[in-house]
Write a new protein. Structure first.
Length: 205
């Protein structure tokens, strides 16, 4: 079976009769041989459908970014900013608390030091008072014992002096009686011995 193929442009037409096996090749050749308008030969000139597809893609991308991705991104950024602010506030609060604790510790240390100083001064004053009191008591006791010892010494001296005076009076009386051959008045001998012994004690002192 023969097939007529008409090709051409403008006023020129070409008619070819082909068999069944050459119909497809003839059609392809006819399509390749069509003349293209000069306006369609610019490789960088976009077509209307390209504008439509680009603008549609831009609108779809804008809607996806605006209503799907941007809210999630903004929510994440707000949550991160809130978390950073919360951590910063917590750090500032912790710093303020630490400073307050340090100030309180310093105040307590100063108070303890002042109390310790006061206690040391009070203990020192108490010890000084006790020392003064004990020294006064010891001095008083020493003076009392010295006075008692002096009194004992004076008493012993007086007793010894009386005994010595009596012995001397006896010896002098007997010596005078032996020397004179008669008895001597004991009162005269006693006064004489006392005078001599008193003079001797005065010289000795």
């Amino acid at each position: 079976m023969l097939t007529a193929v008409v090709t051409g442009s403008g006023a020129t037409l070409e008619v070819s009769f082909l068999g069944d096996s050459l119909v497809g090749q003839a059609l392809v050749t006819a399509e390749e041989e069509k003349e293209v308008p000069e306006n369609d030969l610019n490789p960088i000139a976009p077509e209307l459908k390209e504008f439509a597809w680009g603008f549609g893609s831009f609108i779809v991308m804008f809607l996806v970014l605006r209503y799907a991705l941007y809210p999630k991104l903004k929510k994440g950024m707000d949550a991160r900013a809130a978390k950073i602010k919360q951590e910063r506030d917590a750090a500032e609060a912790l710093t303020a608390s630490a400073r307050a604790d340090v100030a309180q510790y310093d105040a307590e240390v100063a108070t303890l030091r002042q109390e310790a100083h006061q206690r040391v001064e009070a203990a020192r004053a108490t010890l000084e008072a006790e020392r003064t009191e004990r020294l006064a008591a010891a001095n008083a006791e020493i003076a009392q014992r010295r006075a008692a010892a002096l009194a004992d010494v004076d008493a012993a001296r007086a007793a010894a002096q009386g005994d010595v005076e009596t012995a001397v009076v006896d010896v002098v009386g007997r010596a005078a009686q032996l020397a004179t051959g008669r008895s001597v008045d004991p009162s005269v001998v006693s006064s004489t011995v006392r005078g001599v012994m008193g003079a001797d004690q005065g010289v000795a002192r």
